[in-house]
Design a protein around this ligand. Sequence first.
Ligand code: PSV
Ligand code: MN
Length: 406
Amino acid sequence: MDRKWIDRGMENLYAEFGETRVEKAVEAVKKFQVDVPSWTLGAFGGGRFGDYTSPGFARNIYEKLDDAAFINNLTGAASMVATHVLWDFSKDGMEGDYEIARKVRDECRSRGLFLGGVSPTCFTSGSENGSFIAPDGATRKRYVEQTVLAGRIAEKLGNKVLGLWFPDGSLYPGQVEIRDSYELMKKTLKESYSAISRDVLILIEYKVFEPNTYSTVIPDWGTAFVLARSLGENVGALIDLGHHHPIANVEQIVAILLAEKMRSGFHFNISYALDDDQAVEPNQQAARIFYELYRGGAVASSPSKNWAYMLDQASGKENRIHAIIHSIDSLHLSLAKAAIVDTDKLKEARRAGEIMLANRIFNDALINADVRPIVAKARMEKDLPADPLEAFVKSGYQKKIESDRK
Ligand code: PSV
Ligand code: MN
């Protein structure tokens, strides 16, 4: 990126949106942090369409952390690594081990990283009939124990964020009594909640379907909201962009959670295929979501007000490091757009009942503005490359891991 191009771009943005707003956007981008999931750097992929896994994937947790550290060094925005207890801290995939978690935390530290959000992994072997609503009490007990352990790891070793997602539901109408499933979920959640420190922000993730196709016990944000409220103040909802029916108005969900003062969290990805696999793109939806988050003080704000942010992407097809850096770039651009909306002009247009004008003012920032100079300036002020993707390609890191990890 050419310095002159960046400076000229900044001048244009100052002229259109005002220097104060644009500089605030620079500051917001400098502060933004998002967790990188450990699993996206590993051997994810395969399935019935072939077992391709992108070359150079990390073969163990240490290599995953090496890659995460490399990403953080290029972007300055990814110092935390999100983990799954049964993927990252377990010998047998059935029970987690606190000591392994402690070692991973130490490995993070030695690479300038931290443990970010922790999940108990309620969807691997043994969850075929569900986890928190499994008909068999021993299975439910095991998942409660894993959840409590994940809570302890989050509290003592991580950033005090615990993410809960359950695959529970049904494939066919009639398979389960829907009301009973919900009540059992509520009961098992209460049991787990009572054994987890109140210092931990517990996030309940919803998903409209998959792996169950007919009903999911926590299918939408309303259900997550009700369950969270029924537990306590340290519980919020977890929005995963890929977990909705198409064209859901996700920014409205964010606005309502903020209005209800429910500190919550986000899993970013893109949802062309109704799940959570692809890298984030800097599209209109992302910008509108960031507008709500920014206006609501939930991003680039104080640690106690910030929501918890994580990338949740793991496509088998693309180069993982490239895809994560692209996501971070997209989030930076979306945040910058959100921060420069001319809210004074917007208020005036609304007061005058000028609907189209309000829409145009909104879109001038969220769709039409070129905010790449803001993001580049923020990075340069942190002594980072203006374009981390270009820096990644030039670094030769990918070639190196492809040859080292054969
Ligand atoms: C489920 O689809 C989910 O979104 C949950 O957040 C899991 O933790 C994650 O995917 C695993 O990739
Ligand atoms: Mn998710």
